[in-house]
Design a protein around this ligand. Sequence first.
Ligand code: ATP
Ligand code: ZN
Length: 293
Amino acid sequence: MSRIRVAIQKSGRLSESSLGLLQSCGLRFAKSKDKLFWYGQDFPVDLLLVRDDDIPRLLLDGVCELGIVGQNIAREVMLERNGGSGLEELRPLQFGGCRLSLAVPEASTASSAKDLDGARIATSYPALTRALLEEQGVSARIVELSGSVEIAPGLGTADAISDLVSTGTTLRANHLRELQELFRSTAALYRSAAPMSEESSTLLDRLLARLDGVLQAQECKYVMLHAPRDQVDTITALLPGAEHPSVMELEGTPGRVALHAVCRETLFWEHLEALKGAGATAILVLPVEKMLA
Ligand code: ATP
Ligand code: ZN
């Protein structure tokens, strides 16, 4: 019987969420403490725990069928190795969000990427940075560094950097100013574009169906509230992505009803405030654990 191998990051920002996501799909693994390989117990999907940078290459080389890695790395390796192709993004995921941004020393007069034409740009993402700058007609001299990119301008080895940013704290600590975002990235599930056996593809379809259920459920919330009966339509319209709510009598309070609905889009505090403004009380928001449409 065929098995599928999924490569995930061994230890780092994506590790916990990647493993958690697969476990939410019902996958259980026989862990071997120091080993790279975890055997899938109830479902024929095994894990390979590696450095994130190696994941795209493992897919391109056919060592594993699937991998969870940042779009930043997948794009970089595809551009470097394969003319920009070779991996298929199956599903973007809701973690590992960051941006690849250009940053310059605080004192720089540059106001956009265009001002960096001919400048030396330090980065760990040479191919991606070059491609994104070329799209804007900017040709830069790339200084490739594998880490600590943010210290390059201070050392005088580059005029600017192109690096991953999430909060901007590292930039500020190094007296750098974010100039322009080049690329937005999240983690994603990739497969190699090479053909799969029929058995493996059936297995992949089963895994994707489970994954879609989990991803959908993560966004979904079950909302319960009390509302004036004459406000039911207004309140339903305020619930993001909700279809037909259940409306129930409230014992002893004519004119008020209980309303239950599934919201299929992210529910923010602003939504709850708007509901309150429309007369809703006792608002409860619950996570949805599983969903099969
Ligand atoms: P490894 O040892 O596996 O090579 P690493 O140090 O290269 O680990 P991490 O720092 O764990 O990698 O980052 C993994 C991925 O997390 C990045 O490629 C990126 O997609 C995402 N990420 C999210 N936020 C950030 C951030 N602020 N800085 C860097 N990467 C981030
Ligand atoms: Zn890495």
